[in-house]
Design a protein around this ligand. Sequence first.
Ligand SMILES: [Zn+2]
Length: 190
Amino acid sequence: MKIDLHRLLQDCGALLDGHFLLTSGRHSDRYIEKFRLLEQPDALDKVATAMTEDVRPEDVDVVLGAAVGGILIAGAVSRILGRRTLFTERVSGVMTLRRGFRLAPGERVLVVEDIVTTGGSVLELLKVVEQARAQVAGVVCLVDRSAGGLDFDAPSNTLLRLPIATWDPDTCPLCRQGVPLSKPGRTGKS
Ligand SMILES: [Zn+2]
């Protein structure tokens, strides 16, 4: 099933226009508040179905995401595939498996992520897989916001590319116009 993710984000009210301070410290005129989509069970199901379209359940043992958004996405994706759901949390800034979650050596892991901008979180998840001597079955992301597209050293798929312009505060046109800056909800990760 092909979905129009841009439309779905819009319909859920997840695409915000304004003047936003990003985790990177840069400013943007757009922000994706992914939880407006993730909080809708029908929308989440649609997205999870699209994310698993090219994935064969028999090629995956575990679905891995990063807290907080990744808990919801990994849960929805693993329900479709009938596989375990694991998620990482940051401990002193380092992505870590807690709560007794274990990846066994050789297990095939599907890494899922919601919004990727620099791909840093995905790289950290891949590192968790590598450190457990498990295997990466693939990487599936919801939205790629990077300017040039991201390339992970693994089979990967992204549902939507939506490059978003960002500015250094010094050159931000919205700052120059005096538009109030807002700081969207933070999750402790980018
Ligand atoms: Zn600005």
